[in-house]
Write a protein that binds this ligand. Sequence first.
Ligand SMILES: [Zn+2]
Length: 225
Amino acid sequence: MAIRCGVLPLYLSRTAPKSCHHCGKPTLSHVSLISHALCCKFIDYGPVFRHNELRDAVARVLRRHGFSCTVEPRYFSKYYTDGVQHRPDLVVTSLAQPIATDFSVNAQQKDQPGVAAAASASTKIKTHRVAVESAGATFIPFCLEAHGYCDNSAKRFVAHVVETRPKFEAAQIYRDVFQRQTVSATLCRARVKAVISACLHQDDFEADGGLERGEGIGQYEGLAA
Ligand SMILES: [Zn+2]
């Protein structure tokens, strides 16, 4: 909640840097420091980390519910016609028609939640849909924003994956993907890690135990929401 409100807890605000430790960009207020932390590509727990955590978390929860998933499938690459060896992030194969997706967690545009995620979904459809459909699968993007906004594309992807399951089970899977330990928890954890990383030098962060040992979220409780 603190991050979403642009506020740093006291213990971090005392030492909040005036510029990003990783790229040097000036961050003159806590709001700009937090915004920058959620999109800086040079930060230790930045966009690539967040994207991969999300991809793996969604694959994990779908597998737990009995779906077969392949992460970063190479199979589709030959169907792209732009000369780039694209790979969707994930394909759910245990369906009459496999469904592939590509994840993005975009920086939220100022006062315009949803705009960045919708634009990303549209770009992903242009990049992947024709190739994936040529291979006999369906493509639905999975686009979010770092502050937590969820584009309809992500909801559509999960709704399509679960549509042949009984209603009560489909609702349970949907909840598990979005609310329990998957999308919301992954984004929350990534926000906390990125902001702490932006505020502390890596050495300080590691000396503090990072967030790898499980106790970290409690230690930084004020940020976790
Ligand atoms: Zn930076």
